[in-house]
Design a protein around this ligand. Structure first.
Ligand SMILES: [Zn+2]
Ligand SMILES: [Zn+2]
Length: 319
Protein backbone atom coordinates (compact mmCIF):
# COMPACT_ATOMS: atom_id res chain seq x y z
CA UNK A 1 0.00 0.00 0.00
CA UNK A 2 1.30 3.30 -0.95
CA UNK A 3 1.36 5.71 1.92
CA UNK A 4 0.21 9.11 0.93
CA UNK A 5 2.73 11.73 1.78
CA UNK A 6 1.30 14.87 3.22
CA UNK A 7 0.87 17.40 0.51
CA UNK A 8 2.81 20.36 1.75
CA UNK A 9 1.40 22.66 -0.93
CA UNK A 10 -2.21 21.75 0.03
CA UNK A 11 -1.46 22.34 3.71
CA UNK A 12 -0.15 25.75 2.93
CA UNK A 13 -3.32 26.68 1.04
CA UNK A 14 -5.54 25.49 3.89
CA UNK A 15 -3.41 27.39 6.41
CA UNK A 16 -3.41 30.64 4.46
CA UNK A 17 -7.18 30.44 3.91
CA UNK A 18 -7.77 29.92 7.64
CA UNK A 19 -5.62 32.92 8.51
CA UNK A 20 -7.43 35.04 5.92
CA UNK A 21 -10.88 34.01 7.22
CA UNK A 22 -9.81 34.76 10.80
CA UNK A 23 -8.52 38.17 9.74
CA UNK A 24 -11.78 39.00 7.90
CA UNK A 25 -13.87 37.90 10.88
CA UNK A 26 -11.73 39.99 13.21
CA UNK A 27 -12.03 43.03 10.95
CA UNK A 28 -15.81 42.59 10.81
CA UNK A 29 -16.01 42.47 14.59
CA UNK A 30 -13.86 45.59 15.00
CA UNK A 31 -15.82 47.51 12.35
CA UNK A 32 -19.21 46.54 13.80
CA UNK A 33 -18.16 47.42 17.35
CA UNK A 34 -16.89 50.84 16.39
CA UNK A 35 -19.92 51.53 14.15
CA UNK A 36 -22.13 50.59 17.05
CA UNK A 37 -20.13 52.87 19.38
CA UNK A 38 -20.30 55.81 16.99
CA UNK A 39 -24.04 55.26 16.51
CA UNK A 40 -24.71 55.12 20.26
CA UNK A 41 -22.57 58.14 20.83
CA UNK A 42 -24.47 60.06 18.17
CA UNK A 43 -27.81 59.06 19.65
CA UNK A 44 -26.73 60.29 23.07
CA UNK A 45 -25.32 63.63 21.97
CA UNK A 46 -28.18 64.14 19.53
CA UNK A 47 -30.77 63.54 22.20
CA UNK A 48 -28.89 65.85 24.60
CA UNK A 49 -29.10 68.44 21.79
CA UNK A 50 -32.83 67.82 21.45
CA UNK A 51 -33.23 68.47 25.16
CA UNK A 52 -30.95 71.49 25.23
CA UNK A 53 -33.77 73.91 26.08
CA UNK A 54 -34.79 71.75 29.04
CA UNK A 55 -31.20 71.37 30.27
CA UNK A 56 -30.54 75.13 29.91
CA UNK A 57 -33.69 76.00 31.84
CA UNK A 58 -32.78 73.45 34.51
CA UNK A 59 -29.25 74.87 34.83
CA UNK A 60 -30.49 78.39 35.55
CA UNK A 61 -32.80 76.94 38.16
CA UNK A 62 -29.89 75.05 39.70
CA UNK A 63 -28.01 78.31 40.26
CA UNK A 64 -30.98 79.84 42.09
CA UNK A 65 -31.90 76.73 44.08
CA UNK A 66 -28.23 76.10 44.99
CA UNK A 67 -27.97 79.55 46.50
CA UNK A 68 -31.28 79.13 48.34
CA UNK A 69 -30.02 75.82 49.76
CA UNK A 70 -26.88 77.52 51.13
CA UNK A 71 -29.08 80.28 52.61
CA UNK A 72 -31.27 77.61 54.29
CA UNK A 73 -28.23 76.15 56.04
CA UNK A 74 -27.06 79.66 57.02
CA UNK A 75 -30.50 80.19 58.59
CA UNK A 76 -29.99 76.96 60.55
CA UNK A 77 -26.80 78.48 62.04
CA UNK A 78 -28.65 81.74 62.83
CA UNK A 79 -31.36 79.65 64.53
CA UNK A 80 -28.65 78.40 66.89
CA UNK A 81 -28.32 74.87 65.49
CA UNK A 82 -24.89 73.34 64.80
CA UNK A 83 -23.86 72.40 61.26
CA UNK A 84 -21.34 69.54 61.32
CA UNK A 85 -21.16 68.77 57.59
CA UNK A 86 -22.19 71.76 55.52
CA UNK A 87 -21.85 69.96 52.17
CA UNK A 88 -24.18 67.18 53.27
CA UNK A 89 -26.73 69.65 54.77
CA UNK A 90 -26.75 71.73 51.57
CA UNK A 91 -27.07 68.57 49.43
CA UNK A 92 -30.17 67.51 51.38
CA UNK A 93 -31.82 70.92 51.03
CA UNK A 94 -31.02 71.02 47.31
CA UNK A 95 -32.27 67.45 46.72
CA UNK A 96 -35.69 68.42 48.14
CA UNK A 97 -35.85 71.56 46.02
CA UNK A 98 -34.84 69.70 42.84
CA UNK A 99 -37.50 67.04 43.43
CA UNK A 100 -40.21 69.65 43.41
CA UNK A 101 -38.54 71.35 40.41
CA UNK A 102 -38.69 67.99 38.57
CA UNK A 103 -42.47 67.98 39.14
CA UNK A 104 -42.68 71.53 37.73
CA UNK A 105 -40.77 70.42 34.64
CA UNK A 106 -43.13 67.45 34.16
CA UNK A 107 -45.98 69.93 33.89
CA UNK A 108 -44.07 72.48 31.84
CA UNK A 109 -42.30 70.21 29.31
CA UNK A 110 -43.97 66.80 29.85
CA UNK A 111 -40.55 65.31 30.67
CA UNK A 112 -39.74 62.75 33.36
CA UNK A 113 -36.66 63.96 35.24
CA UNK A 114 -34.60 62.47 38.01
CA UNK A 115 -31.65 64.26 39.55
CA UNK A 116 -28.84 63.46 41.94
CA UNK A 117 -26.73 66.14 43.66
CA UNK A 118 -23.17 64.91 43.13
CA UNK A 119 -21.21 67.59 44.98
CA UNK A 120 -21.16 71.02 46.62
CA UNK A 121 -17.62 72.42 46.37
CA UNK A 122 -15.44 75.41 47.09
CA UNK A 123 -13.66 76.90 44.07
CA UNK A 124 -10.66 79.10 43.29
CA UNK A 125 -12.93 82.05 44.05
CA UNK A 126 -14.22 82.35 47.64
CA UNK A 127 -17.29 84.24 46.34
CA UNK A 128 -18.89 81.25 44.58
CA UNK A 129 -19.77 77.64 45.41
CA UNK A 130 -19.81 75.01 42.65
CA UNK A 131 -22.76 72.61 42.33
CA UNK A 132 -22.65 69.39 40.28
CA UNK A 133 -25.89 67.55 39.55
CA UNK A 134 -26.58 64.49 37.39
CA UNK A 135 -29.80 64.95 35.43
CA UNK A 136 -31.54 62.01 33.70
CA UNK A 137 -34.63 62.52 31.57
CA UNK A 138 -37.16 60.68 29.40
CA UNK A 139 -39.50 62.38 26.95
CA UNK A 140 -41.44 60.64 24.15
CA UNK A 141 -39.31 57.48 24.53
CA UNK A 142 -36.11 59.46 24.07
CA UNK A 143 -33.59 59.52 26.91
CA UNK A 144 -30.85 61.86 27.92
CA UNK A 145 -28.33 62.06 30.72
CA UNK A 146 -26.02 64.90 31.64
CA UNK A 147 -23.94 66.27 34.50
CA UNK A 148 -24.79 69.93 35.03
CA UNK A 149 -22.31 72.26 36.75
CA UNK A 150 -23.25 75.67 38.06
CA UNK A 151 -21.67 78.29 40.33
CA UNK A 152 -23.83 80.01 42.93
CA UNK A 153 -22.69 83.27 44.53
CA UNK A 154 -22.45 83.70 48.31
CA UNK A 155 -22.43 87.51 48.02
CA UNK A 156 -25.49 88.90 49.76
CA UNK A 157 -25.70 85.94 52.17
CA UNK A 158 -24.98 86.40 55.87
CA UNK A 159 -21.62 85.46 57.38
CA UNK A 160 -22.31 82.38 59.52
CA UNK A 161 -18.88 82.15 61.19
CA UNK A 162 -19.32 84.38 64.29
CA UNK A 163 -22.49 82.59 65.42
CA UNK A 164 -21.33 79.11 64.40
CA UNK A 165 -18.06 79.66 66.28
CA UNK A 166 -19.30 81.35 69.47
CA UNK A 167 -22.93 79.98 69.53
CA UNK A 168 -26.10 81.94 70.24
CA UNK A 169 -25.68 81.21 73.96
CA UNK A 170 -22.62 83.51 74.03
CA UNK A 171 -24.90 86.56 73.78
CA UNK A 172 -23.70 87.51 70.29
CA UNK A 173 -26.41 89.36 68.31
CA UNK A 174 -27.13 90.18 64.67
CA UNK A 175 -29.08 93.33 63.73
CA UNK A 176 -28.76 96.48 61.57
CA UNK A 177 -26.72 94.40 59.12
CA UNK A 178 -23.99 93.97 61.73
CA UNK A 179 -22.71 91.31 64.08
CA UNK A 180 -22.69 92.75 67.61
CA UNK A 181 -20.27 90.75 69.71
CA UNK A 182 -21.39 92.38 73.02
CA UNK A 183 -19.37 90.46 75.66
CA UNK A 184 -19.06 87.24 73.62
CA UNK A 185 -15.62 87.83 72.11
CA UNK A 186 -14.12 89.14 75.35
CA UNK A 187 -15.38 86.06 77.18
CA UNK A 188 -13.92 83.81 74.47
CA UNK A 189 -10.56 85.64 74.71
CA UNK A 190 -10.57 85.49 78.51
CA UNK A 191 -11.20 81.74 78.33
CA UNK A 192 -8.20 81.28 75.99
CA UNK A 193 -5.89 83.69 77.87
CA UNK A 194 -5.45 86.14 74.98
CA UNK A 195 -4.05 89.63 75.66
CA UNK A 196 -6.41 92.47 76.59
CA UNK A 197 -9.79 90.75 76.10
CA UNK A 198 -11.49 93.98 77.28
CA UNK A 199 -10.41 95.63 73.97
CA UNK A 200 -13.01 93.51 72.17
CA UNK A 201 -15.98 94.46 74.40
CA UNK A 202 -18.86 95.65 72.15
CA UNK A 203 -16.83 94.90 68.97
CA UNK A 204 -18.79 94.80 65.72
CA UNK A 205 -18.38 93.29 62.25
CA UNK A 206 -20.28 93.35 58.94
CA UNK A 207 -23.02 90.70 58.61
CA UNK A 208 -23.81 90.53 54.87
CA UNK A 209 -21.07 89.35 52.56
CA UNK A 210 -20.02 92.09 50.13
CA UNK A 211 -16.89 91.82 48.02
CA UNK A 212 -14.53 94.76 48.53
CA UNK A 213 -14.11 96.69 45.26
CA UNK A 214 -10.82 98.32 46.33
CA UNK A 215 -8.64 95.79 44.56
CA UNK A 216 -5.60 95.55 44.76
CA UNK A 217 -6.05 95.88 48.49
CA UNK A 218 -2.98 98.13 49.04
CA UNK A 219 -5.31 100.96 47.96
CA UNK A 220 -6.86 100.87 51.44
CA UNK A 221 -4.05 103.27 52.37
CA UNK A 222 -5.35 105.86 49.88
CA UNK A 223 -7.32 108.79 51.39
CA UNK A 224 -10.88 107.83 52.34
CA UNK A 225 -10.72 104.22 51.15
CA UNK A 226 -10.44 102.46 54.53
CA UNK A 227 -13.22 104.67 55.92
CA UNK A 228 -15.54 103.70 53.06
CA UNK A 229 -14.55 100.02 53.31
CA UNK A 230 -15.43 99.97 57.03
CA UNK A 231 -18.62 102.03 56.57
CA UNK A 232 -19.96 99.64 53.94
CA UNK A 233 -18.56 96.55 55.65
CA UNK A 234 -16.66 94.81 52.87
CA UNK A 235 -15.11 91.32 52.94
CA UNK A 236 -11.68 90.53 51.43
CA UNK A 237 -10.12 87.52 49.73
CA UNK A 238 -7.60 85.72 51.92
CA UNK A 239 -5.71 82.44 51.65
CA UNK A 240 -5.66 82.32 55.48
CA UNK A 241 -9.36 83.09 55.96
CA UNK A 242 -11.94 80.30 55.84
CA UNK A 243 -14.31 79.60 52.94
CA UNK A 244 -18.10 79.88 53.18
CA UNK A 245 -18.68 76.12 53.56
CA UNK A 246 -16.23 75.91 56.48
CA UNK A 247 -17.66 79.10 58.05
CA UNK A 248 -21.00 77.29 58.29
CA UNK A 249 -19.22 74.66 60.42
CA UNK A 250 -17.69 77.33 62.69
CA UNK A 251 -14.15 76.97 61.36
CA UNK A 252 -12.03 80.14 61.43
CA UNK A 253 -9.42 78.48 59.23
CA UNK A 254 -9.50 75.86 56.47
CA UNK A 255 -7.39 74.49 53.60
CA UNK A 256 -9.54 76.23 50.94
CA UNK A 257 -9.16 79.72 49.52
CA UNK A 258 -11.39 81.93 51.66
CA UNK A 259 -12.04 85.46 52.85
CA UNK A 260 -11.49 87.66 55.89
CA UNK A 261 -13.32 90.55 57.48
CA UNK A 262 -12.19 93.16 60.02
CA UNK A 263 -13.70 92.89 63.48
CA UNK A 264 -13.95 96.49 64.57
CA UNK A 265 -13.18 97.39 68.16
CA UNK A 266 -14.56 100.50 69.85
CA UNK A 267 -12.28 101.17 72.77
CA UNK A 268 -10.18 103.96 74.27
CA UNK A 269 -7.63 101.31 75.37
CA UNK A 270 -4.36 101.16 73.47
CA UNK A 271 -3.19 97.77 74.77
CA UNK A 272 -1.79 95.17 72.44
CA UNK A 273 -4.45 92.63 71.59
CA UNK A 274 -5.40 90.11 68.86
CA UNK A 275 -5.08 91.45 65.31
CA UNK A 276 -8.64 92.13 64.13
CA UNK A 277 -8.83 90.06 60.93
CA UNK A 278 -11.43 87.38 61.77
CA UNK A 279 -9.18 84.40 60.93
CA UNK A 280 -6.62 85.78 63.43
CA UNK A 281 -9.23 86.30 66.16
CA UNK A 282 -10.84 82.87 65.62
CA UNK A 283 -7.90 80.69 64.61
CA UNK A 284 -4.41 82.15 64.20
CA UNK A 285 -4.26 84.22 67.40
CA UNK A 286 -1.44 86.71 66.96
CA UNK A 287 -1.34 90.27 68.23
CA UNK A 288 -1.51 93.63 66.54
CA UNK A 289 -1.70 97.30 67.59
CA UNK A 290 -4.11 100.11 66.81
CA UNK A 291 -3.27 101.72 63.47
CA UNK A 292 -4.38 105.06 64.96
CA UNK A 293 -3.83 105.10 68.74
CA UNK A 294 -6.07 108.16 69.20
CA UNK A 295 -9.11 106.69 67.45
CA UNK A 296 -11.62 104.66 69.52
CA UNK A 297 -12.77 102.86 66.35
CA UNK A 298 -9.29 102.15 65.00
CA UNK A 299 -8.46 98.72 63.59
CA UNK A 300 -6.00 96.61 65.57
CA UNK A 301 -3.62 95.20 62.96
CA UNK A 302 -0.37 93.24 62.74
CA UNK A 303 2.37 94.24 60.32
CA UNK A 304 1.60 91.70 57.56
CA UNK A 305 -2.06 92.78 57.39
CA UNK A 306 -0.94 96.44 57.41
CA UNK A 307 1.24 95.64 54.42
CA UNK A 308 -1.53 93.74 52.58
CA UNK A 309 -3.91 96.69 52.91
CA UNK A 310 -1.31 99.44 52.40
CA UNK A 311 -1.79 100.73 55.96
CA UNK A 312 1.83 100.57 57.17
CA UNK A 313 2.05 104.37 57.39
CA UNK A 314 -1.53 104.89 58.52
CA UNK A 315 -1.80 107.52 61.26
CA UNK A 316 1.66 108.91 60.42
CA UNK A 317 0.33 110.96 57.53
CA UNK A 318 -2.08 113.85 57.53
CA UNK A 319 -5.24 113.35 55.50
ZN1 LIG B 1 -11.88 96.75 51.71
ZN1 LIG C 1 -13.03 75.69 53.65
Amino acid sequence: MKIRKPDSKGNMIVGTTAILIAAVVLMCIVTMTSLNYIQNHNIESQSNDNFKYIIDDYSSNLEILGRESIADVTQKVYNGLPVRDSESDIKKKLTDKLESKNDDFKEKYDVDLSSEVLSVETTDSPWVILFKVRLDGVKDNERFSQVIERNASVEGLRDPLPIAKLTIASGIMAYDDKIHYKTALSAYMLLHNFDSPESYLEATAPMTIKKCPYDPYVHHGDPGVLEDCLDTGYFHESADGSCYLCRLEGKGKCPHYGFEVFIQTHTPLGNESLSCSDHVVFADHYNGQKINPDDWDSLILDSSHRKKYGLSDYGNETY
